[in-house]
Design a protein around this ligand. Sequence first.
Ligand SMILES: Nc1ncnc2c1ncn2[C@@H]1O[C@H](COP(=O)(O)OP(=O)(O)OP(=O)(O)O)[C@@H](O)[C@H]1O
Length: 235
Amino acid sequence: MSISVQALSKIYGQQKAVDGITFNAEPGVLGFLGPNGAGKSTTMKMLTCFIPQTSGTATICGFDISKDPLEVKRNIGYLPESNPLYTEMYVKESMAFVAGIHKLHNAQSRITEVLEQTGLGPEQHKKINQLSKGYRQRVGLAQAILHDPQVLILDEPTSGLDPNQLIGIRQLILDLGKTKTIVLSTHIMQEVEAVCNRVIIINKGKIAADDTLQNLRKKNGDKTLENIFIGLTNK
Ligand SMILES: Nc1ncnc2c1ncn2[C@@H]1O[C@H](COP(=O)(O)OP(=O)(O)OP(=O)(O)O)[C@@H](O)[C@H]1O
């Protein structure tokens, strides 16, 4: 199992942000949906060992997030919602920096491959602070996939992109999802329909639905995904 989550919870002070969620994921693109404040980013931060859980367990490619964080990080690529980048670096230089952190042996050829895959070739000699928002998103994604992880955690990877950029990034996510397990957080229902084969809807820290898109529609009288989302998250 690529991702296995058992009764995972996170409490910040008095706030129960994630409340005992359990799910598994295998290769494919899993849409991770929920209203603002539902606990999506918090869950992603726990799965990537960014913050510790309050209780429960999770494994990534068999490695426990509490006991084996280094192995988890070797097997996971993470694009956080804020997409933090060293903006003073040149694109290619920033990729070499990340390759160094992962101690990649084939760094040069892998960087060339990933720059190509993410459409960054023409921009590779610019400084990150000279790039448009869409291209910065691509740099974040390129850094997340550089070490060829089996699991990708993408927190709103397409927010703020123009329609042309959207198509390119969605296609890349679809291609990656053929072999990798991708957890994709997004508020764009059209995007979910375009790339996800399964969705989890989270509301107030709990899982409100976990199913294929097809089954969700069947169970909800063929309503649109937007209406299903509204129905499940206004409780
Ligand atoms: N560091 C923190 N300290 C205290 N509370 C936090 C912290 N981070 C998140 N929270 C709270 O936890 C809850 C879940 O937040 P989270 O960011 O996981 O939601 P989300 O589903 O990703 O929302 P969005 O769609 O707006 O990004 C919210 O009520 C939020 O205010």
